[in-house]
Design a protein around this ligand. Structure first.
Ligand SMILES: [Zn+2]
Length: 310
């Protein structure tokens, strides 16, 4: 099996947008998928697997990098159609898949009125279908493929990264931020950190990135969206933006400002940067960038508040 078709990505049309959130299909002896997206994405997984010649009954493992609803909100709904699959999750995420009440409350606080359209229904995962993976654990899915799990906090405390030895790649979830596929056709590789509420930790994020860097990866797979064979560039950009995000947040916090002020400042810096790469402020990618920076600003302000009182 060649690298390119051994791993396929299904576009989940999260937020109704193409190339926003992806589900990876690992075509090994034990068919494995990574990320489900939110519940409205489940039909895209079904269709995407059919196109590859599978049904949902063929799925043996559903791995979620973390339990934020845009990555794992659809797992309960999907699992109803996958009688032969289990769900692999970080130990700190398991109980929230079994009882999603707190997860729902957290996402409602961030997404407000859009919650219903973006995420419902949230179906609990039966406890006996859950497999917890911790740092150093592995999962053999093919004769030549044993995945390795890393505990990678930074974006959230319940975050796993998954190392695939066959492609020498890592499924990084949100730990290495967001890749804007929309700019690839403009010849611009662009990445921003994802610092959502409420467990963002820049030190842990950089630690995880440093671990990944040390491997000299051939591929880096993102939750949002797609993959790059130039992981060095992705790491470099995240390392550039992360201190900007954190310093601006601390400043806005000191000045008594709110996340809206921070959002506007960060958006402005991103616009200046992208303009220097030839991307106009009317480019449709800004719909996503605005949303991402809004959510990231909420997490940054929480972090700045905690850091100031520590
Ligand atoms: Zn997330």
């Amino acid at each position: 099996m060649g690298k390119k078709n051994r791993i396929e990505v299904i576009d989940l049309f999260d937020l109704g947008v193409a190339h926003r959130t992806g589900c990876y299909v690992l075509q090994e002896e034990e068919l494995t998928i990574i990320e489900t997206g939110p519940s409205p994405s489940v039909p895209y997984i079904r269709q995407g697997l059919h196109k590859l010649g599978y049904t949902l009954e063929d799925v043996k493992h559903i791995i979620v990098t973390h339990i934020h609803l845009d990555h794992a909100g659809g797992v309960g709904l999907l699992l109803r159609e996958c009688p032969n699959a289990n769900v692999i999750v970080h130990e700190k995420g398991a109980r929230h898949l079994i009882d999603p009440k707190r997860l729902v409350a957290g996402a409602r606080a961030v997404y407000g009125e859009q919650f219903q359209e973006l995420f419902e229904p949230i179906i609990p995962v039966p406890e006996d279908r859950i497999v917890i993976k911790r740092e150093g654990d592995t999962l053999k899915i093919g004769d030549e493929c044993t995945l390795a799990f890393w505990d990678t906090p930074g974006h959230s405390n319940h975050h796993l990264a998954i190392y695939d030895p066959v492609s020498h790649g890592i499924f990084s979830g949100d730990t290495v931020g967001i890749r804007y596929e929309q700019l690839v056709k403009e010849g611009v590789a662009f990445y921003l950190p994802s610092t959502s509420p409420n467990q963002f930790n820049p030190t842990a994020m950089l630690d995880a990135i440093n671990r990944m860097k040390a491997l000299n990866l051939d591929v880096l797979y993102f939750g949002h969206y797609g993959y790059t064979e130039n992981s060095k560039e992705a790491f470099k950009q995240i390392e550039m933006w992360l201190p900007i995000f954190v310093d601006e947040a601390k400043e806005v916090h000191q000045e008594g400002g709110n996340y809206g002020i921070l959002r506007d400042r960060l958006l402005n810096e991103v616009q200046v940067y992208l303009q220097s790469k030839g991307i106009d402020e009317s480019h449709p990618v800004y719909g996503l960038i605005q949303l991402d920076i809004t959510v990231s600003s909420m997490g940054l302000m929480e972090y700045a508040m905690k850091a100031a009182s520590a």
